[in-house]
Design a protein around this ligand. Structure first.
Ligand SMILES: *[C@@H]1O[C@H](CO)[C@@H](O)[C@H](O)[C@H]1NC(C)=O
Ligand SMILES: *[C@@H]1O[C@H](CO)[C@@H](O)[C@H](O)[C@H]1NC(C)=O
Ligand SMILES: *[C@@H]1O[C@H](CO)[C@@H](O)[C@H](O)[C@H]1NC(C)=O
Ligand SMILES: *[C@@H]1O[C@H](CO)[C@@H](O)[C@H](O)[C@H]1NC(C)=O
Ligand SMILES: *[C@@H]1O[C@H](CO)[C@@H](O)[C@H](O)[C@H]1NC(C)=O
Ligand SMILES: *[C@@H]1O[C@H](CO)[C@@H](O)[C@H](O)[C@H]1NC(C)=O
Ligand SMILES: *[C@@H]1O[C@H](CO)[C@@H](O)[C@H](O)[C@H]1NC(C)=O
Length: 212
């Protein structure tokens, strides 16, 4: 009974194992690898967490050695299309919160974001949704966080915000260089959930092979 459940979980994760996790602001729902292929990871608009109008940050964990990452923002209460992340309900267009850039390391990324930077006037208490777009070269992945934008809100101290050590070697200018992290350190850099999936896949690998 338990084993088939584990197997189906492993199989669900297998087609696209390497993904990313949105750590902060809090995502709509728990990380589910397969759901991440969908707009806002397939979750509906949910509870809002307070987020600074300026001086905010977004923290993710990437399981790819290289990826393009972008962040878009919607000011609609219940955005359901990508268009609602670049045009307001009254028709004002605005740019991405963070245009796509290349993250050339595996592990944590923490980027500063300023909602006011998109040029839409924002008052205290404005609702918004942040959507992270991530492409680790095997297709687009998405996750969302619903927030309420608060003037001078202070993000609780201790909230995860860091770039993995690999990033501190800022002079890796060659685009096609071999990964600098060893398989062992890459595995260690995985968050617990990812590591568990890996371990699970390894443990049931033979069974999965038979199963499929
Ligand atoms: C807004 O997003 C839609 C859908 O992704 C896209 O077709 C459109 O070109 C975008 N507009 C702007 C101004 O970026
Ligand atoms: C359009 O909406 C934006 C964001 O909600 C608001 O700041 C702006 O004042 C509105 N413009 C008009 C003309 O209503
Ligand atoms: C912003 O709104 C929050 C929650 O509604 C409130 O607690 C806070 O006092 C407001 N701040 C300002 C500067 O108006
Ligand atoms: C913001 O969203 C909440 C639900 O999360 C809703 O109750 C509230 O009315 C919204 N505020 C505005 C100004 O639309
Ligand atoms: C993802 O990136 C790969 C190259 O790294 C590119 O071929 C592909 O078109 C991208 N997919 C999307 C949906 O942007
Ligand atoms: C927000 O913080 C800035 C800088 O600390 C301060 O000058 C400003 O008065 C604060 N605004 C409110 C509404 O508290
Ligand atoms: C992490 O790296 C990004 C991209 O270089 C940078 O914008 C950001 O400020 C860095 N974050 C931290 C916490 O150093």
């Amino acid at each position: 009974m338990f084993i088939p459940t584990l197997l189906s979980l492993a199989l669900a994760a297998a087609p696209a194992l390497a993904h990313f996790q949105l750590n902060y602001p809090p995502p709509r729902g728990p990380f589910v690898a397969q759901m991440e292929l969908s707009f806002c990871s397939g979750y509906p608009t949910g509870a809002r967490s307070p987020f600074p109008i300026d001086g905010g940050f977004v923290d993710i964990t990437s399981e790819h050695p290289t990826a393009t990452v972008g962040i878009i923002i919607s000011f609609d209460n219940n955005p359901t299309t990508f268009a609602q992340f670049n045009i307001t309900a009254n028709g004002t267009s605005y740019p991405p919160l963070l245009p796509f850039f290349t993250m050339n390391w595996q592990g944590d990324l923490c980027v500063p974001v300023d909602a006011e930077s998109v040029g839409i006037p924002i008052v205290n208490g404005t609702n918004a949704t942040l959507q992270v777009e991530f492409n680790g070269s095997d297709g687009a992945l998405f996750d969302c966080a619903d927030v309420v934008l608060i003037t001078n809100y202070t993000i609780p101290s201790g909230t995860q915000c860091s770039n993995s050590t690999a990033s501190s070697s800022t002079s890796t200018s060659t685009t096609s260089s071999a990964p600098t992290t060893s398989p062992t350190s890459s595995a260690l850099a995985l968050p617990a959930a990812g590591a568990k999936v890996i371990a699970l896949l390894a443990a049931v690998g033979a069974a999965v092979a038979l199963y499929v």
